[in-house]
Design a protein around this ligand. Structure first.
Ligand code: AMP
Length: 254
């Protein structure tokens, strides 16, 4: 199985990914973890992205795409994987499409964790306060100001992926605000269900499938026409000649 977890920072993607790993035996591929490891090891990539990550911005697409391309080649990812935090932009999603196509594999589902941003901010503020109280080390990007930046990047660059994957018919949306076990159950259910129905495009570009026009029936005609149709029916019946036309142009059927 190959999945993507989509949702803003703090939506619980990492938590749910771990649960899916345990349940389906997949590997979790978190670009955030990979980039943090690169920063920690001070690799050339790590040095390039350190500042961007600390400010809550997005790292360049080419860097992230090549990290993922390399990672999905590893033997442990062959059975299946969960992408957590990737793709985050439309160009990344397109690069992923190409990568998967070249390998002859496809995505099974994209799970969108839908959350309320104000509640997310409260969540992170509480988490930071608790971690500080316990004396635990904080991530450099673990604070409300940086989270605001990250949410903005999500809204601008990542949120369009919801429509992107809906169009591809692989999107499943679950309520990420529910308690953790309920979100897990909703994901399980979503994985065995049909994808979310595609929504019509906005700005009037809505696709309309022409419906065949209904033939007029007595109930759709005005009262007078209905009366005429009924009397034509009677006349037709009297002449044992079905199919005569009423004045309204309707074929009166016995
Ligand atoms: P995460 O742990 O997924 O929240 O990611 C932490 C940070 O790593 C993000 O705020 C970005 O700076 C960077 N990052 C992770 N994944 C990506 C990605 N797919 N594209 C660009 N930047 C990323």
């Amino acid at each position: 199985m190959r999945l993507i977890l989509l949702g803003p920072p703090g939506a619980g993607k990492g938590t749910q990914a771990l649960r899916l790993v345990a349940k389906y035996g997949l590997v979790q591929l978190s670009t955030g973890d990979m980039l943090r490891a690169a920063v920690k090891a001070a690799t050339p990539v790590g040095r390039k992205v350190k500042d961007i990550m600390e400010r809550g911005g997005l790292c360049p697409d080419d860097i992230v795409v090549s990290i993922v391309a390399e990672r999905i080649e590893q033997p442990d990812a062959r059975k299946g994987f969960i992408l957590d935090g990737f793709p985050r932009t439309v160009p990344q999603a397109k690069a992923l499409d190409r990568m998967l196509k070249e390998r002859g594999i496809a995505l099974d589902a994209v799970i969108e964790l839908r959350v309320d941003e104000d509640a997310l901010l409260r969540r992170i503020e509480n988490r930071v306060a608790e971690m500080k109280a316990r004396g635990e080390p904080l991530r450099p990007d673990d604070n409300a100001d940086v989270l605001r930046q990250r949410l903005e990047a999500y809204r601008k660059l990542t949120a369009p992926l919801v429509a992107y994957y809906r169009k591809k018919n692989v999107l499943r949306t679950v309520n990420g605000m529910a308690p953790i076990p309920e979100v897990t159950a909703a994901i399980d259910k979503a994985l065995s269900a049909e994808p979310s129905a595609p929504k019509p495009a906005r700005n009037g570009a809505r696709k309309v499938t022409a419906k065949p026009r209904k033939p007029k029936t007595a109930s759709r005609l005005g009262k007078k026409s209905a009366k005429r149709a009924s009397s034509a029916r009677k006349t037709a019946a009297a002449h044992k000649s079905p199919g005569r036309k009423s004045k309204s142009g309707e074929t009166a059927r016995p």
